[in-house]
Design a binder for this molecule. Structure first.
Ligand code: PMP
Length: 362
């Protein structure tokens, strides 16, 4: 069996143990005599999977009891619409920090339904930093305040201790690319959403953690499927949920738990990221594109300074068993996405290759 080191930004590598367990259970799940893909979402087998997934996610994220967990479809992009449709409640105002393309898309979608205000942006420097903000600039009566906690394309993040202090205004966080990677205090947020396909499972599931008091403000014209309350009232099974995806998420949660939970993921992720950043910082050949204090633990963009060498790097790294190191088209260069499932051996292999490439091309 050939497995490569897959540095894709998403969908991304999953733990091998999870894939193997899914393979073992593919044709017949437990005593059911059928695949999870084939079973009714109303069957006791699937209901148990769903509840187990919810309870593990709650445990791993240390979600307080006044929050609801929803497994939805439509990707994180559908949340860009659901958030304003459901959370614009009193003033129809919301604040945004624009730290990349996804944050901007969230902002643009909210601007269709209410008064969306940009508090700060780092677009002036290709989103290579997290802008400093002061609470006095925030809209005091906003219905919500949106940030993209980890910026997949540009490789920046709001650290757990540097979230904007929004007071009574619910903070909404897009954690698609850093969910389960580092300990964040859920109680600081009104809503956290994440497309599963990076750190949590396959594409097709979007996990939402929402404070219960925010569930019931959807505008009248909101489609039933886009109301959080519809899904909260129906245990994420108003219609057929993404059953197989939820099952894989459950296996990933079990894997995270068995490996020490989010705190241990954080410790390992910090070690992995530090090793790679240290190597880049100590090299005269490679350059990180993000200011050190705002660097992501998950997405590490770097360049050589030459488009030709960058292209050669991507081509040669493929031959050395590493896939998807090409940077996003808006940044260029390379990007190593090193989610929970990327082992330290993958980082070591990448650094060895970078050393060799530098020797040959510097
Ligand atoms: N937000 C972030 C931070 C992302 O990285 C992505 C996808 N790469 C999205 C939103 C959009 O997610 P989806 O494709 O699930 O709609």
């Amino acid at each position: 069996m050939k497995r490569v080191y897959n540095f894709s930004a998403g969908p991304s590598c999953l733990p091998l143990e999870v894939l193997q367990k899914a393979a073992d259970e593919m044709v017949s799940y437990g005593e059911s005599g059928m695949s999870v893909m084939e079973m009714s979402h109303r069957s006791s087998y699937f209901i148990d999977i769903l509840h187990e997934a919810k309870s593990l996610y709650k445990e791993l994220m240390n979600v307080p009891d006044n929050y609801e967990i929803l497994f939805l479809q439509g990707g994180a992009s559908t949340q860009f619409s659901m958030i304003p449709l459901n959370l614009f409640s009193k003033t129809n105002k919301a604040d945004f920090i624009i730290t990349g393309s996804w944050a901007k898309k969230a902002y643009q979608e909210s601007a269709r339904y209410g008064e969306a205000k940009v508090i700060a942006s780092s677009e002036d420097k290709t989103f290579s930093y997290i802008p400093k903000v002061a609470s006095k600039d925030f809209t005091p009566d906003a219905d919500f305040f949106h940030i993209c906690v980890n910026n997949t394309i540009y490789g920046t993040r709001f650290k757990p201790d540097s979230l904007p202090e929004t007071g009574n205004v619910p903070l909404v966080g897009d954690m698609s690319s850093n969910i389960l990677s580092e300990v964040y205090d859920v109680s600081k947020f009104g809503l956290i959403y994440a497309g599963a396909q990076k750190n949590m499972g396959p594409a097709g599931v979007t996990a939402v953690i929402i404070r219960k008091d925010l569930l019931d403000y959807a505008k009248d014209f909101t489609p039933t499927m886009l109301k959080y309350k519809t899904h909260a009232d129906n245990d994420s099974s108003y219609n057929t949920p993404p059953c197989y995806g939820i099952y894989i998420c459950k296996l990933v949660y079990e894997w995270v738990k068995a490996n020490g939970g989010v705190a241990e993921m954080e410790a390992i992720n910090k070690e992995k990221a530090q090793k790679l950043y240290d190597f880049i910082d100590n090299s005269a050949f490679y350059k990180g594109t993000v200011v050190p204090e705002d660097r992501s633990l998950m997405n590490v963009p770097f360049i050589t300074g030459s488009d030709e060498l960058d292209a050669l790097f991507v081509k040669e790294s493929k031959k050395a068993g590493m896939e998807n190191l090409k940077g996003h088209r808006s940044v260029g260069g390379m990007r190593a996405s090193i989610y929970n499932a990327m082992p330290m051996a993958g980082i070591d292999t990448l650094i060895d290759f970078m050393q060799k490439f530098e020797k040959e091309n510097a």
